[in-house]
Design a binder for this molecule. Structure first.
Ligand code: HEM
Length: 675
């Protein structure tokens, strides 16, 4: 009996002691874990060996455990010009010669980082980030090819998660070589020259419509041009690529789709900056649930409205190579069971073609409108603050007859007569690249040397286009909007294009004389061919005579491989030239001796086989919109310091709080209105 009582007293005592010990034990365990992480990482740092003869990547000063995470999280504050984290990255890039290593907590906390070897990307540098803005190193990285440096799965997976539930790859996010090649070759048809000519007309018509709306608001009006530009680019993306008019330009109230797309982009950015995933941080669950419901509303709209509309058009006829038609073909070839008007349920399960098509649609909508919209807003902002450039552009439009008759005189084929317009677009994209950093994210499968820097296998490599575009060794007076810096380059490109067109015409007439059948579609002339990037960077080119490529069913056709080889050559040449440019710039020393312009260090659309698919369309759209708007409206800053643009870098570089300008009617003589 006494025994029993003693036992009854003993258990609560023991329990109370254990309870009291919990904080000490858990503190000790956390301490041991931290010590282990620090020691393991110190050992890892000692084990890190540079490839003989190559330079070890420098590391900017970092906090213990948090590394550079806080610096990367920082957003622009109050009156500060520019995005804080972009400025920090640029400072480090300039201090370390355009290549450095970042320490992020995940490098330590990931299973791979803890030395447990349970994944984390593999390789010695699992979870580490290398940031490159040295053009020679970037060209060398992109020339490595997809086997050695594919897109980073970890980085793009979070984008897939916000684009569609359950997540499926899109061209942007797909890392599997066979998948992206097939999709790219199929979708590239939608960006061929004939399509671009029509898209240009759509962009012009929508810009005229926007001008008419603004003119209707009064003789001088303060407007958020970022919002207006996003409406314009959404309408152009919808109408030209998907055959669907969102009528955002004409709408008076808020456009729900625009808001949803913006929120999805923000959610993706927030997830990528988070220290812990939502499941490991319960306090984030509410906002994660809210974000998921927004993503679902977007998904419902894309499924129920847009896809339904596209699918109801039936199988596209062979001559239809619009983006919508190519996405339908992609879906069809994946499903192999025909395209369903109702994408959910059984159809989605049957091969995943519809789910894939929906992801592609959402990605194309996001990519096709937001970077163009923000870029247009930045360009308008630059011109408003540089009256001399604006006047020169208007003078060019007058000289070429565009000012008096934008409806008829402004066409895709006459764009080469507007070189200053081209210079302005390039300069705005240089100062405000829509994807500033990271613009391209790669994962290395083996140790490599990039322009002399040793980069270990497993590292995630970011391209910092913002720092590259503002490097004082590559661009004289890099923060100044100076379209003139491009004059020589634009003139040289025009000459080269004319020579190429003349050569192609001569070859064609020779071929005809010899009775040959027509070969591949050739580009030429200003505006370029489907396979040539905005600045001559080669992309994988589609072969229109290849009917299989048009339906995206065969991924390994020789034409794609040939395109990739061509790219390798171009990239090797570019790397050599970039190395020469950067070493001569470095030898120059003084900023005033830096070259005025370094075209090989200009990469707003990325470069290589995964460069922007829509770059020609984007450039054409920017030109159409700028030319039309300037014919009717003079741009001025509002004069209010609160309206000074504040760049904020998320998925895209946008002006925080919008970009407000004063738009004043131009004296138009006897000309007709915009409508
Ligand atoms: C000013 C406007 C634009 C800029 C600055 C821009 C920039 C870029 C950049 C830097 C990339 C590479 C991203 C990466 O490697 O992760 C990219 C990829 C892509 N862009 Fe654009 N873009 C613009 C407009 C467009 C438009 C209008 C479209 C289509 C309608 C488009 C479609 C795509 C696609 C599909 C990819 C993925 C290509 C691939 O992975 O093979 N972009 N863009």
């Amino acid at each position: 009996m006494r025994h029993h009582h003693e036992r009854e007293r003993l258990f609560p005592q023991l329990f109370a002691r254990l309870q009291a010990a919990v904080p000490y034990v858990s503190t000790a365990l956390v301490g041991l874990l931290v010590l282990y992480i620090l020691l393991w990482n110190a050992a890892k740092a000692r084990r890190r060996r540079a490839v003989p003869g190559a330079k070890e990547l420098p590391v900017p000063p970092a906090l213990p455990l948090l590394g550079h995470w806080l610096a990367l999280r920082a957003r622009g504050r109050g009156s500060e010009p520019g995005d804080t984290h972009l400025r920090t990255l640029r400072r480090w890039a300039e201090a370390h010669g355009g290549a450095f290593r970042l320490l992020l907590p995940r490098a330590w906390l990931l299973p791979g980082g803890l030395g447990l070897g349970l994944g984390g990307g593999g390789g010695r540098a699992a979870g580490e980030v290398v940031v490159l803005s040295d053009p020679a190193a970037v060209h060398a990285l992109l020339a490595l090819g997809e086997d050695v440096a594919p897109k980073s799965t970890a980085y793009y997976r979070s984008l897939e998660q916000v684009l569609h539930s359950p997540p499926a790859p899109s061209l942007l996010t797909s890392t599997a070589a066979a998948q992206w090649r097939a999709a790219r070759r199929s979708l590239l048809f939608a960006f061929s020259r004939s399509e671009l000519e029509q898209d240009f007309e759509v962009a012009k018509a929508k810009a005229l419509s926007l001008a008419s709306v603004v003119l209707g608001l009064g003789p001088g009006v303060v407007l958020d041009v970022d919002d207006a530009a996003l409406r314009l680019s959404l309408d152009v993306a919808g109408l030209s690529k998907l055959g669907y008019d969102f009528q955002a330009v004409e709408a008076t109230g808020q456009v729900l789709l625009l808001r949803l797309l913006g929120e999805v982009a923000e959610e993706w950015d927030a997830r990528r900056r988070r220290l812990l995933p939502a499941w490991a941080a319960p306090w984030l669950l509410d906002s994660a649930a809210e974000a998921s419901s927004k993503c679902r509303i977007l998904q419902d709209f894309i499924e129920g409205e847009l896809w339904e509309d596209i699918a109801s058009r039936g199988p596209p006829p062979p001559e239809d190579i619009t983006l919508a038609a190519q996405i339908v073909r992609l879906c069809h070839s994946l499903n192999r069971g025909g395209v369903s008007a109702r994408p959910s349920g059984a159809a989605a399960a049957g091969g995943g073609g519809v789910a894939r098509a929906l992801c592609e649609l959402t990605a194309q909508l996001l990519l096709g409108h937001e970077p163009v919209g923000h870029s247009l807003a930045w360009a308008l902002g630059c011109l408003a603050r540089n009256r001399a450039a604006q006047d020169k552009l208007v003078a060019e439009l007058k000289r070429e007859g565009v000012y008096d008759a934008p409806h008829t005189a402004l066409t895709w084929t006459m764009l080469h007569r507007l070189p200053f317009l081209d210079c302005c677009v390039r300069e705005a994209l240089r100062l405000y690249p829509a994807q500033p950093c990271p613009a391209t994210v790669r994962q290395l499968n083996k140790d490599v040397v990039l322009a002399g820097w040793s980069v270990p296998a497993g590292a995630e490599v970011w391209v910092d286009v913002h720092a590259m575009h503002r490097n004082p060794q590559l661009w004289r007076d890099p923060d100044r909007f100076n379209p003139e810096r491009w004059a020589e380059h634009v003139a040289a490109r025009r000459q080269a294009a004319e020579a190429e067109a003349a050569g192609a015409a001569a070859a064609a007439s020779k071929g005809q004389a010899q009775g040959k059948k027509g070969g591949k579609r050739q580009g030429g002339g200003e505006g370029g061919a489907a396979g040539t990037g905005y600045d001559g960077m080669h992309t994988v080119e589609p072969d229109p005579s290849d009917a299989v490529a048009a339906t995206g069913t065969d991924e390994t056709r020789a034409s794609g491989a040939a395109g990739a080889d061509r790219h390798q050559d171009a990239a090797a040449a570019a790397a050599a030239a970039a190395a020469a440019a950067s070493s001569s710039a470095a030898a120059g020393g003084e900023a005033s001796e830096a070259p005025l312009c370094s075209p090989l260090a200009f990469m707003p659309f990325g470069s290589g086989p995964r460069s922007c698919l829509g770059q020609q369309l984007a450039a054409a759209e920017l030109k159409a919109a700028l030319a039309v708007l300037l014919c009717f409206l003079a741009l001025e800053p509002t004069g209010d310091p609160a309206d000074e643009p504040r760049p904020a870098a998320g998925l895209f570089l946008r002006p925080a709080g919008g970009l407000h300008l004063l738009l004043v009617h131009r004296q138009r003589g006897q000309r007709a209105g915009a409508a």
